[in-house]
Design a protein around this ligand. Sequence first.
Ligand code: APR
Length: 185
Amino acid sequence: MQEIKKGDKISTLRIELIKGDITKVMADAIVNAANSTLLGGGGVDAAIHRAAGPKLLAECATLKGCATGSAKITKGYNLPAKFVIHTVGPVWSGGKHSEEKLLAGCYSNCLSLAREHSLESIAFPSISTGAYRFPIKPASRIALNTVKTCLEKDPGVLKKVIFVLFSDNDLAVYQENYRDLFPES
Ligand code: APR
């Protein structure tokens, strides 16, 4: 259990790192690493659409896309999760095109939507670190740092944030950065 300090209030909010398939995770919302069309693709995007069923694509089609760094919410349909929060990560192009800022925006905008919808749990994949080639080490540091900062500011009613990694290597990188960020844990 990681205690996140918000002002003088300590909220006992859990941050979990697990290895697995995000489409199987029981959370109020799972996050999809989508592309700007929101009309599906490969990787986790394909897995989520496959598990959610065709109604997810139909709802996504009404959203008219999503800008890089932003996030939009839909129902979860056949997924265990009630909602899917679709976000579009930056494509890594060497680090001089605001990639870090845009990736941080993905996490903070997903958490803003979680707060607006009074969600108690949210699961993130490792955004941008697959097809978009964002190096896993800095990406995991940005992910954990941004989530920690946002939760310290205003966790809303969030009780659990889960990072769902898809490989042993990615999990180990997140665990190492987590230890740096929460040394007392
Ligand atoms: N559960 C959890 N994580 C997964 C799953 C899954 N079922 N499938 C893949 N991943 C992991 C990948 O291993 C990677 O670590 O999600 C991370 C993000 O990889 P991508 O899905 O390739 O997403 P991204 O790098 O953000 O690229 C997005 O790829 O699929 C397309 O439509 C998508 O164009 C967009 C681009």
